[in-house]
Design a protein around this ligand. Structure first.
Ligand code: ADP
Ligand code: ASP
Ligand code: MG
Length: 455
């Protein structure tokens, strides 16, 4: 059995949906289970629609909804010309649910996390409602399944945590019999349901996590993540057009990259696969013949010290300087108590004898935490920062790697550096405005120079 997950662009227009269908047809004999995101930018659009309604701008919100409907309708008509009215009725039902939510928001003015989950999750339901008919029309024996029947989560809306044992038991009960009957389960990524019955989501980009959880629950032989690029690349190709495909990487390398912002995989994707040693493959729907990236427990070392470069924008760096920290016991404990109390989980921490620097994503509790930290020393806060990470298993055995990384960055202000946390990643923070040139220069140093030398 294989889990096949298709992201938003893979189902963002009729041409890509046809490509998606061809991929599925080529894998029918491998017992696929299909996981889909919402079409194109639907999730962002639903979010905007909810915000507009909650600001009291109902007309604007309904206009956004009308455009979303027209977008889906055009795709539907292209794929099911003239024979889909009955199928479309299901979609109409979902659009009226969206409208109901918008009208409710316009009265209540409260786009709470629970309502966000309810509204945003409709994008995935809409996509799969359409695809179900399209795939059946093509003769594929798909069985549509509402993921909320098996994806059991806690009630932390917008960031719900799956209950693996409960979801695995339900998957075996609900999905396995379908596969055994030769049917192809077709379901949604991203969405789940709490024990109390509320719709939840696994966080933005969470469809990848749905796929890996399903793979682990059903004992799949491989998890395929189908997206809009040729697998995992040496850098984000939208920032570095020269980025190259990486044929194979280790779970640890891919997990570090995802953690440091490489959007191609949701940061939690790898853990369920790692636990059971299930290979994950990242592939391009538009170029299915391209080799993509195979992620395995162990890969034979090849190439230079750096496998890939990741970045994460929108970070804040908080620096705490305290002379009292010098040889003071309990200082770091007090610092982490503040963070825990304010529910702040820093992405990066660097310490010296008298200072600590933290890179955090801005969010609730940060300004209160900063105020608390002022009780421990002098605090400075830099916003609009970006984290950059160079990742590779070979970093740990490459002497002088720090020097190599910073050699071309002498004119760039680096706000913090951390290497110890993981021996396969070296990460640092720079101002967002420097990000593009920093990543391009690093890419040139570690990947393009190699090419110049004919490797
Ligand atoms: P999907 O909708 O298929 O889940 P995403 O937009 O979430 O797609 O992820 C794919 C995008 O990830 C690519 O278009 C690319 O811009 C971005 N990306 C960031 N870092 C990398 C990387 N190292 N390799 C490949 N893609 C990357
Ligand atoms: N559609 C959701 C999002 O845009 C989930 C996903 O694409 O993985 O975040
Ligand atoms: Mg994604």
């Amino acid at each position: 059995m294989k889990i096949l997950k298709f992201g938003g662009t893979s189902v963002g227009d009729a041409a890509n949906i046809r490509k998606t269908m061809a991929v599925v047809k080529g894998r029918v004999s491998q017992c696929p289970v299909l996981v889909f995101s919402a079409m194109g930018d639907t999730t962002d659009i639903l979010h905007r629609m909810g915000e507009q309604a909650a600001e009291g701008r109902l007309e604007a919100s309904l206009g956004t909804l009308a455009a979303l409907k027209a977008y889906h309708r055009a795709i539907f008509e292209d794929l099911m010309p003239g024979n889909g009215e009955e199928a479309w009725a299901q979609c109409e039902h979902l659009f009226s649910e969206m409208e109901d939510v918008a009208r409710g928001l316009a009265v209540l003015w409260d786009f709470s996390p629970a309502v966000q989950d309810r509204l945003l999750g409709l994008g995935e339901l809409l996509c799969t409602a359409m695809l179900r008919h399209v795939f059946l029309q093509e003769g594929l024996p798909v069985a549509w399944m509402d993921a909320r029947t098996f994806m059991v989560t806690d009630a932390r809306h917008t960031q719900a945590e799956p209950d693996f044992d409960a979801m695995a038991a339900r998957c075996k009960q609900i999905l396995l019999p379908l596969v055994e009957q030769g049917r192809i389960p077709l379901t949604q990524g991203f969405i789940g349901r709490s024990a109390g019955g509320a719709s939840t989501t696994l966080g933005r980009g969470g469809s990848d996590l749905t796929a890996s959880l399903l793979g682990a629950a059903l004992g799949a032989e491989e998890i395929e993540i189908w997206t809009d690029v040729d697998g995992i690349m040496t850098a984000d190709p939208s920032l570095v057009p020269e980025a190259r495909n990486i044929p194979a990487m280790s779970f640890q390398e891919a997990a570090e990259l995802a953690f440091f912002g490489a959007r191609v995989l949701h940061p939690k994707t790898l853990a369920p696969a790692v636990d059971r040693g299930i290979p994950v493959r990242v592939l391009n729907t538009a170029r299915p013949e391209a080799r993509g990236t195979l992620i395995l427990a162990r890969v034979s070392p090849n190439g230079g010290p750096v496998k890939s470069i990741a970045y994460k924008e929108g970070m804040t760096v908080v620096t705490l300087v305290s002379a009292r920290m010098f040889k003071a016991q309990g200082f770091l404990r007090r610092l982490f108590e503040v963070l825990e109390h304010r529910r702040i989980a820093p992405d990066l921490v660097a310490t010296s004898e008298v200072s600590v620097a933290l890179a955090v994503s801005p969010g609730p509790g940060l300004s209160e935490a900063v105020e608390d930290l002022r009780g421990l020393g002098a605090v400075s806060v830099r916003s609009s920062q970006a984290l950059v990470a160079v990742v590779g298993e070979k970093l740990k055995e490459t002497p002088g790697i720090v020097g190599q990384v910073f050699q071309d960055l002498r004119d760039v202000g680096v706000t913090m550096v951390s290497q110890g946390g993981s021996d396969i990643a070296l990460s640092f923070a720079v101002a967002e405005e420097d990000l593009s040139r920093v990543v391009s220069r690093l890419h040139r140093r570690f990947f393009e120079k190699e090419l110049d030398h004919g490797q």
